[in-house]
Design a protein around this ligand. Structure first.
Ligand SMILES: O=C(O)CCC(=O)C(=O)O
Length: 280
């Protein structure tokens, strides 16, 4: 078993806390390939939208649905990432979508407290049998706006979500009440570290006030048994072809550029022009 694979203890941590860190999920050469791709592949910036916060900052967001044979697609189909998601949910999973959330130095905006299932519920996913894997491409710190979690908040069930400025956030009174009872954890990570988190885990992030970028790759999975009952901007069940971890390096070294099935934002009612008004 490779060090990056999830253990029984990791599974217990995930279900107790609503998240589990997997340090060094991507090796330094693997994450360096992702960093180079993000900086050099113009299709990513062309397909990005801006998600504004209420303080004038914005996060650049590129979202895609079906993963392909390029580096980012292969990471999201890898045994380490997709296999880990399946292990945590104890179910066959499919790729619901992936995204890059990119906070430029001193410009990157904040994300309000929310549960991903607060959005995905609206998409016709009947059960919260879903999770995300956030992989740090840059070191993520408090200063550059790392993810934050309320430990154990997934146990509170789905919380009502509504508009908060330009974003959709969880009922803030409820979040504040939970804050008095639960640990508030800053998910500081080195490049290549990852955190798997449950779709009902409350999370947020602050603006990037540093002079360093904060780029994160987020891969989101749904249980195969939880095929959404509503047609929407993310796919229904599609068999996921999980590939061996070694494929990440093979594809990265081959220099295959991104062939991403970017979300057609024009079809997504949450996007106005090139600005996202909600989760996409
Ligand atoms: O990138 C971030 O800081 C937060 C992203 C997030 O919360 C999300 O995509 O649901």
């Amino acid at each position: 078993m490779s060090a990056a694979q999830l253990t029984q203890k990791d599974i217990e941590t995930f279900w107790n806390d609503g998240y589990v860190f997997k340090r060094g999920l991507l090796a330094s050469d693997e994450v360096a390939m992702v960093d180079t791709l993000i900086r050099s592949d113009t299709s990513i910036s062309k397909n990005s939208v801006l998600l504004d916060d209420s303080a004038g900052g914005s996060t650049e967001l590129a979202v895609w649905n079906h993963p392909g044979d390029d580096l980012l697609g292969v990471i999201s189909r890898s045994e380490r990432v997709a296999g880990g998601a399946a292990k945590l949910l104890d179910a066959e999973v499919y790729h619901y979508h992936s995204k890059l959330t990119m906070k430029r130095p001193r410009k990157g905006g904040a994300w309000d407290w929310h549960q991903d299932y607060g959005y995905w519920y609206m998409n016709g996913c009947l059960f919260p049998d879903m999770l995300s894997v956030a992989i740090a491409v840059d070191p993520a710190t408090k200063q550059n706006g790392c993810l934050q979690f309320l430990r154990g908040s997934h146990k509170a069930g789905r919380i009502e979500h509504g508009r908060v400025g330009g974003q959709t956030g969880a009922d803030i009174d409820r979040v504040n009440a939970l804050m008095t009872k639960l640990d508030h954890v800053y998910a500081e990570m080195q490049a290549g570290d990852a955190v798997f988190f449950h779709a009902n885990t409350l999370h947020a992030s602050a603006a990037n006030t540093s002079d360093k970028s904060r780029n994160v790759l987020l891969c989101c999975y749904n249980a195969a048994s939880n095929d959404p009952v509503k047609k929407h901007h993310h796919p229904g069940y599609t068999k996921l072809d999980i590939v061996p971890d070694a494929r990440i390096r093979e594809v990265g070294r081959s220099g295959v550029v991104a062939h991403l099935d970017f979300l057609n934002h024009e079809e997504d009612e949450t996007v106005v022009g090139k600005r996202a008004t909600s989760e996409v």
